[in-house]
Design a protein around this ligand. Sequence first.
Ligand SMILES: [Mn+2]
Length: 465
Amino acid sequence: MLTVARKAAELIKTHRNDSIQIISHMDADGVCAAAVISKALDRNNVEHHTKFVRMLYREVVEELEPTDLTIFTDLGSSQLQNVHNRFSGHDVIIADHHVPERVEGWRELVHFNAHQFGLDGAQEVSGAGMAYIIARELDQANRDLSGLAIVGALGDIQDAWGKLLGYNRQIAKDSIDSKVLEQKIDLMFYGRHTRPIFKALETFTDPPIPGVSNSAPGCVSLLKDLDIPFKSDGGWRRPIDLTDLEKRRLATELIARAYTAVPKELVQYVPGLIIGEAHTLLKEDERSMLRGADEFSTCINSTARHEQPLIGFEVAKGDRRTYYRAMLKLLRYHRRCIAEGMEFIEQSGLERGRRGYLQYFDATGEIKETFIGTIASLTLGHPACDPYKPMIGIIRKDGVAKISARCSKLLFLKGLDMARAIRDAARLVGGEGGGHAVACGAQVEENRIPEFLERFEYLIIEQLG
Ligand SMILES: [Mn+2]
């Protein structure tokens, strides 16, 4: 594997005085991947440009201009044929972890894909991880960029088992060795460094915990019962402020309560969702949203969702001034969009699939299409929905339906791969789909939505036996 990474690094070096572009995926992993390569180039005083795209559909690729060297990160492999048609004859590096297409006889291509080395690209290494391996070959001093590779991996939900797997563990080790990262078994609360403990509890919904999830008064009284103060002299206590003993008391109680509500066959996976590996970025400010690697990745993800990936890109590269402030502003807007989206769901309610196994909503004209996935996943945490069944959001536009699907990590741990189901279901009705096992999407013709839903529901029931 390192041989190919080295070849990529050598190719970059031979082009150091030429025009270089990075083209990357517009999501958290893709933004981190581009930031890793861009940082490595900056450190070598190599000029370059960076661009983000959602997918390398044929029309998209046709609008790209080949330069002396093009580096694709977190995409390219699964649309290799399209890339080949436009870029053959030019020097290209692809650093990706998606399942690759095959193309014969493209000599100028250095294809660095996880699957070629027997790595599971869904769980063991991300696009940012692949980019990082090249950066490390460029210069061992780039080991400090491994923190970004972990942020990218979390963006692609590669820690669904409560810990990193495969090559991601090696990258985390680089990161710990270079004093960028701390890895610790902890409560899997979102906002460990930034939110009051009761708030972190209230928003914990996967798995749902009776009397805690979505219940502020319930969280307050739980903390009282467990004798865990939620305030100290310095203000609200955050999850990381809890002592190990307090954390243990809390974890035991949460697991016990979750057991009472989770379907029997899923019970064994519950502890892994409540306790797991937490990743802290030690160079970030103690109370910053960038301190927790998971929150960092959510921040970057929201810049991509709002079509402002360059903001996340500059923040990932280290800007803590202009772009960082722009990101915070965007996050406030992001929260407003979430509130509006959830209000719409409250009012319109959910529909059920024919077999009762899917829940969905159509938010055409109400929610931005890049935002539908975020709303679908938050809806899963809503008390009115069944958290153990997949949630689908639909937006119709110009005769085409954009579909986003989300499900609890519990279903994934039980063996559901929604990405496969959505790809197959979309194909069966002449569309396209893909993504991650618990978060994926598809595009189908508007008039085929009912047929798509039926097929998708069928494939999910089949997978879950
Ligand atoms: Mn990725």
